[in-house]
Design a protein around this ligand. Structure first.
Ligand code: C2E
Ligand code: CA
Ligand code: CA
Length: 563
């Protein structure tokens, strides 16, 4: 229904005057005809016929209350019960004071008392009532989507916020509904058919949310709908989904129609209403190409992790510039002599974020490995570590070799070797004062190229540690064919070495192979004296772990060196 638009233009508005007394009809008609196009009815029954016939263009009904056949109250009542007629404003005409209040209660917009004495007042009232009702209709028209009759997106959001004010503790779900490949209906069967499908969809959704849930809906975009309703169980969504599909199959005669639901259950009210639907939409979009699933639930945890990742990526550059990324050093002790002796250290990055506090590399290294930032970060750590070795050398007169982590991505960088050599040169160091840790899983890709890279580095004098040995995929017999100088046992072996006989046997076996290959073995993650004792007995050369020290900022590491 679009009555609001019918009123535009210079055409006179049409007003129906209903009165059983001719003199009254003529008097009123005479007053308003200068401004309006007046039509007449003599009783209630005739009035209703005229109203029904002219409902699209009638701007106002002026209704006498006391009439034979069907009186004014009954006409009012019938009009109020009809959704279309209800929109036409009514001014009642009466000479009785009490009837005025009653008629207003029954939906009349205003009243005028007989006899009619002041024409200007009457005209002013008529005009005001018509204007008011047109304004209301225009607003109503913009609140509704013209095709489906559902709310517009804007009104929907506004309505939701209002609902929130009145019912702040309702448990609500935000739902996004999307028809797959809807454009095909338009393309194959014409827009009109597409419109029919959308209307049917809107009707069914509206029906479902008023019978199976408590909520309301809007058409968000061409073929996308949003529903905001009280929290439902997954079974409820499944049955709603099935009913919607059934209705759509019926109208389209297409058994393959696919509808996706994205549900953001039990919304967090601290976030904006639009954002809540972004989440529902995100869930909905996440199954676009997944034909096995039709209903997807928004995962708050995954989303937050995602947000956190984006934040870290966004803050990275500033962190580099402002020195929020700090290199810590964890000492490694050689243990086969009488006394454990500090021999080297591993450089481990720390992000001291001004707002988020200390962030462990576990939170950002894997992330940066997927987007390439790791190369920038590693280059920075390598430089810091080299400068630190040089500084210690100067201050304490000894070289503390530092190992740096070389990520898999770095290994494929054609500039790797030249970068490393340049860094050493700039700090007056030689490659044997620097160690490279390459994780076992990088080797395990078993790429010839990778082995060549490692061999070239070793030929230049770098010593290479195979990091995390045993954590990944490599088998013991792989050890014989891969190039490296130091084997770094992964923490998983160390963790159980003092409690699990099998873990100990495995460590002993690895030690034996290492001896055969002539490589040094480092155990990392050593925390307890029992682990230390057992590893020492097995012949492990070097130990790194909380048993000796956590990774330390450079100033604290100085303290160890002074000792
Ligand atoms: P990773 O290379 O295996 O480093 C050893 C990790 O074990 C470090 O964690 C260290 O703090 C921790 N650790 C040392 N001793 C103990 C112990 O006794 N008990 C326990 N539970 N843990 C111990 P961190 O510093 O959090 O680093 C985690 C991982 O992040 C590193 O594992 C490494 O893969 C990566 N990483 C750290 N810094 C860098 C870097 O500058 N570049 C690259 N590419 N990766 C880095
Ligand atoms: Ca390492
Ligand atoms: Ca490791």
């Amino acid at each position: 229904m679009n009555r609001g638009l019918a009123f535009t233009g210079n055409r006179k508005r049409q007003v129906l005057v209903v009165d059983d007394e001719q003199i009254n009809r003529e008097m009123l008609g005479y007053i308003i005809q200068q401004k309006y196009d007046v039509i007449y009815a003599e009783n209630g029954e005739e009035a209703l016929n005229v109203i029904r016939e002219n409902k699209q263009k009638l701007s106002l009904v002026m209704l006498d209350l006391m009439m034979p056949v069907l009186d004014g109250f009954e006409v009012l009542k019938i009009m109020q019960e009809d959704s279309e007629l209800k929109a036409i404003p009514v001014i009642v005409l009466t000479s009785e004071k009490e009837a005025e209040v009653d008629s207003l209660k029954q939906g009349a917009a205003d009243f005028i008392t007989k006899p009619y004495d002041m024409p200007e007042v009457i005209l002013a009232r008529v005009r005001r009532i018509i204007e008011l009702s047109e304004d209301r209709l225009i607003i109503a028209a913009t609140e509704r989507d013209h095709l489906t009759g559902l709310y517009t997106k804007e009104f929907f959001y506004q309505y939701a916020s209002q609902l929130e004010r009145y019912y702040p503790d309702w448990d609500m779900d935000a739902v996004a509904i999307d028809v797959e490949h809807f454009h095909l209906f338009n393309e194959l069967h014409g827009r009109e058919f597409g419109d029919r499908v959308l209307k049917e969809m809107a009707r069914t959704i509206n029906h479902l949310i008023s019978t199976e849930a408590d909520g309301y809906a809007c058409r968000y975009e061409a073929d996308k709908f949003y529903v905001y309703c009280t929290h439902l169980h997954e079974e409820d969504y499944e049955s709603m989904h099935a009913e919607l599909i059934e209705a759509l199959v019926k109208i389209t005669k297409n058994n393959h129609i696919r509808v996706r639901f994205g549900v953001y259950p039990s919304v967090d009210r601290s976030i904006q209403i639009e954002r809540r639907f972004d989440r529902a939409k995100q869930a909905c979009d996440s199954i676009r190409n997944n034909y096995a699933v039709s209903i997807s639930y928004y995962d708050t945890e995954a989303y937050e992790k995602n947000l956190f990742s984006e934040r870290l990526i966004g803050d990275f550059e500033e962190a580099m510039e402002k020195g929020h990324l700090v290199v810590y050093y964890q000492p490694k002790y050689s243990i086969q002599g009488d006394e454990p002796k500090l021999t080297s250290a591993e450089a481990l990055i720390r992000w001291i974020h001004p707002e988020l506090g200390m962030i462990s590399p576990g939170a950002f290294i894997p992330l940066f490995e997927t987007n390439g930032l790791i190369q920038q970060l590693d280059l920075y750590v390598w430089k810091q570590a080299a400068a630190q070795i040089a500084a210690w050398k100067k201050e304490f007169g000894v070289t503390v070799p530092v190992s740096v982590n070389v990520s898999r991505m770095d290994m494929y960088d054609p500039n790797l070797q030249s970068n490393l050599l340049r860094i050493l040169r700039e700090n007056g160091l030689t490659p044997n004062e620097y160690l490279l840790e390459v994780t076992e899983s990088a080797y395990a890709e078993d790429s010839r190229q990778l082995i060549d890279v490692v061999n070239n580095l070793r030929n230049k004098g770098f010593r290479v540690e195979m990091d995390d040995f045993g954590s990944g995929y490599s088998s013991l017999n792989m050890l014989t064919s891969l190039p490296f100088d130091v084997l770094k046992l992964d923490m998983v072996f160390v963790r159980n070495v003092h409690t699990d006989e099998k873990a100990l046997k495995l460590v002993e076996l690895i030690m034996e192979i290492a001896r055969y290959l002539g490589v040094t073995v480092i155990a990392e993650g050593v925390e307890y004296v029992e682990q230390y004792d057992l590893l020492k007995k097995c012949g492990c050369d070097v130990i790194q772990g909380y048993y000796f020290s956590k990774p330390l900022p450079p100033e604290e590491f100085d303290g160890l060196l002074e000792k």
